[in-house]
Design a protein around this ligand. Structure first.
Ligand SMILES: CCCCC/C=C\C/C=C\C/C=C\C/C=C\CCCC(=O)SCCNC(=O)CCNC(=O)[C@H](O)C(C)(C)COP(=O)(O)OP(=O)(O)OC[C@H]1O[C@@H](n2cnc3c(N)ncnc32)[C@H](O)[C@@H]1OP(=O)(O)O
Length: 218
């Protein structure tokens, strides 16, 4: 964990807090943060997550990996900055905006019918027997549903509830078609629906309520 003491050069750089409510910074969206190779960096991290999910290192390999991972973590710790300026989550040129905590998705269209995306659950997202974990499916819906809600109401929303109907197995390592859309808007409330398909096969459906945050609301 970075407490500022170990990396003063990276934490003292940023003095202002651009957060004025909501959970997105009032700073310009830029694809520059993290540099031109941030996408490759994220992909390496995702590959690490996938490999770790299936790894069974023999003790001598574990010894070596622990040392190497400790060195990597020390290096990464020294580069930490605050949430609002981190590239992760704001790199709209990268899968899932460069946020490796989300299943990688690429938004293919945003129009009056909602948000359309291709989402791929990877080895890291394994639930069991080659199927995606239901929680990860909900994560994808939360983000893409939040996106559709934000577009529909032109403001940042938080999830009040989100239910998922798991209709059939959601396969791993398969580009899936996701669609989320605002079904009804009532004041600050956006009743939002979603679906994920593997070709013609319905994998899961979302039924959610997103609420537009008031100015300054956390
Ligand atoms: C700026 C322009 C943007 C334009 C868009 C462009 C691009 C889009 C860009 C970015 C977006 C991209 C992606 C989005 C990314 C991520 C989305 C993830 C979102 C999350 O992952 S976020 C974390 C999980 N989420 C929470 O951590 C919420 C915890 N919670 C609370 O923070 C409060 O609970 C809150 C704020 C939800 C409501 O609180 P509140 O005080 O503001 O409002 P209040 O309670 O008065 O409710 C108002 C009306 O909603 C009804 N209502 C409330 N809750 C209900 C429920 N559960 N069921 C049924 N009805 C409910 C009431 O009954 C009342 O209804 P009525 O008005 O009819 O009486």
């Amino acid at each position: 964990m970075s407490d500022g003491a170990s990396s003063p050069e990276t934490t003292t750089e940023i003095e202002e807090d651009p957060h004025e409510g909501g959970f997105r910074a009032h700073t310009a969206i830029t694809t520059e943060r993290g540099g031109p190779r941030y996408g490759e960096f994220s992909e390496q991290v995702r590959a690490l997550m996938d490999n770790v999910r299936y790894a069974c290192p023999p003790p001598e390999v574990a010894d070596e990996l622990i040392e190497q991972l400790a060195a990597i973590n020390e290096k990464l710790d020294a580069t930490r900055i605050d949430e609002w300026h981190s590239p992760s989550g704001t790199r709209i040129d990268l899968p899932a905006r460069g946020n490796i905590t989300l299943p990688p998705f690429e938004v293919t269209d945003v129009n009056d019918d909602g948000v359309f995306a291709t989402v791929t659950f990877r080895d890291f997202h394994l639930g069991g027997n080659k199927a995606a974990h239901g929680g990860h499916v909900a994560v994808a819906f939360d983000d893409l549903g939040g996106y559709a809600s934000a577009v529909a109401i032109q403001g940042v929303c938080r999830t009040a509830y989100l239910t998922v109907q798991y209709r059939s197995i959601t396969p791993l390592n398969t580009p899936l078609q996701a669609h989320t859309w605002a079904d009804r808007v009532d004041g600050r409330k956006v009743f939002t629906k979603g679906a994920i398909y593997d070709g013609d096969r319905l994998c899961a459906e979302m039924d959610a309520l997103f609420i537009k945050l008031n100015p300054g609301q956390q």
